[in-house]
Design a protein around this ligand. Structure first.
Ligand SMILES: Cc1cc2nc3c(=O)[nH]c(=O)nc-3n(C[C@H](O)[C@H](O)[C@H](O)COP(=O)(O)OP(=O)(O)OC[C@H]3O[C@@H](n4cnc5c(N)ncnc54)[C@H](O)[C@@H]3O)c2cc1C
Length: 417
């Protein structure tokens, strides 16, 4: 009888999709052909569609600019190319038993399924406080409902507060500003008429902490250009939904502001509820070896990839750089354990080298401007528009789904010590 060994991937976004495709394209073909042992990749996600989260600021501003059928993409068809070696389970991992090497999944059809694994890849990411900007560990229809509500509110809104001066807050403010207020003309600093008062509140003394001050100043100029005002060193203490659907915001100094729409963009929450506490840090990120990407305390052949792991700076670029590293170590582990499941690989592991905040970041601000840095070099606004702002890279998103992002193996050569 053939033993089927499951390579179980939890989460089907940038990290989980990349891990599954890379495994099927480059690792699986190099595993021994053995009549007694076969391997199968199982990908689990509560959503049948992947949300192009990087485009969510524009999707929030207008369904015309980013239509739903372009920003939500079906997961399963991209994996048809692999046949029986792959299986997608629409469901949510609800608990994980590292000793028993199994995960319990609450399937979308209501059934509970326990999946035993030979190797486990945790790629369940982070969620944003607002359901507009990420999957929440539920179906994509929840985001679509939140987007519909916002789009309805935008037709009459006269005041909007966005909280958070990071990249998401700046992008969302820029998109809403240009959509609702238009842009300033030549030599003007602000649009000729403001339809909707938009305020970006940050508790910091600068926008985009982590980037250099001149970039932050440029970002504010571009926000002003689309009718967005920035309020610094101001913290939101609490918010209360009013009976008429508006929001009362209480600030750190007890000042109260009532607005038509309130959008929080600060922070992210790891989606790791199913992970036992001893495997998480105090914020809920999965503790791992930040170089090999293994979760050593969870037993052999367990890895964390993408936002959910401690190695990540919560950026897609970290995922693109780390998937080949994790997969090399997975392949080494699988080959070593093929005949003896307790055997570990000998020799060097492939190691991940972390990224810096100024390695690569592009922040569109409205539909024609933006700020960015590429490997420490500040790039001009037109460059940010060309690479990201003109279409928010939505057409390129398909490459995550069909695996063409990972068509080429990124090989590794063991360095002589
Ligand atoms: C508005 C916004 C714009 C961004 N723009 C950029 C950008 O331009 N460039 C950049 O580098 N980064 C950007 N980021 C960051 C980037 O989106 C994240 O780094 C990336 O989404 C992380 O991918 P991931 O696969 O690790 O997890 P996520 O994208 O968070 O996806 C996690 C997946 O796991 C699933 N899941 C959750 N819980 C479970 C469970 N229990 N069982 C099974 N599945 C589960 C979810 O449904 C989801 O599909 C942006 C973030 C935001 C919020």
């Amino acid at each position: 009888m053939t033993e089927t060994r499951h390579i179980l991937v939890l989460g089907a976004s940038y990290a989980g999709l990349g891990s599954a495709h890379y495994f099927l394209k480059h690792v699986y073909p190099q595993l021994p052909s053995d009549p007694k042992i076969s391997y199968k990749a199982i990908l689990v996600d509560p959503s049948s569609k992947w949300y192009q989260r990087h485009a969510s600021p524009r999707a929030a501003a207008s369904p015309e600019l980013v239509p739903a059928d372009q920003v939500f993409l079906d997961i399963e068809p991209g994996f048809k190319q692999y046949g029986e070696v792959f299986c997608f389970v629409q469901g949510k991992a609800s608990s994980w038993d590292p000793e028993g090497r199994k995960v319990v999944v609450q399937r979308a059809d209501g059934a509970e399924q326990t999946i035993a694994y030979h190797a486990l890849i945790l790629a369940t990411g982070t969620k944003t406080y607002s359901p507009l900007f990420s999957l929440q560990g539920t179906a994509h229809t929840d985001i679509q409902a939140a987007l519909r509500t916002l789009h309805g509110q935008l037709t009459t809104a006269k005041s909007i507060v966005i909280a958070g001066g990071g990249a998401t807050g700046v992008e969302v403010a820029g998109e809403l500003g240009e959509t609702l207020n238009g842009a300033a003309g030549w030599f003007a600093r602000r649009p000729s008429s403001i339809e909707t008062e938009i305020t970006l509140i940050t508790n910091s003394s600068t926008l985009l902490p982590g980037l250099r001050p001149d970039i932050a100043t440029q970002a504010e100029t571009y926000l002003n250009r689309v009718g967005v005002e920035v309020r610094y060193s101001t913290k939101v203490s609490s918010t209360h939904e009013l009976p008429d659907g508006r929001t009362k915001i209480v600030l750190h100094d007890n000042e109260q502001v009532e607005v038509d729409i309130y959008i929080p963009t600060m922070g992210a929450i790891p989606m790791s509820e199913y992970v036992p506490d001893h495997l998480k840090d105090e914020k809920g990120y999965v503790k791992q070896n930040n170089q090999t990407l293994r979760v050593d305390a969870a037993g052999p052949r367990v890895y964390a990839i993408g936002d959910v792991g401690t190695y990540s700076n919560n950026r897609i670029v970290d995922i693109f750089n780390s998937v080949p590293v994790m997969e090399t170590n997975l392949q080494r582990d699988l080959l070593a354990a093929h005949t003896d499941v307790n055997a570990r690989p000998v020799g060097q592991d492939r190691l991940y080298v972390g990224s810096k905040s100024e390695d690569l970041i592009m922040i569109p601000i409205g539909q024609s401007k933006g700020v960015g840095v590429v490997y420490g070099w500040k790039v001009p606004s037109w460059f940010v528009w060309l690479i990201k702002g003109r279409d928010y890279m939505v057409p390129k998103g398909k490459a995550n789904i069909d695996g063409s992002n990972w068509a080429k193996e990124m090989p590794w050569k063991v360095k002589e010590l």
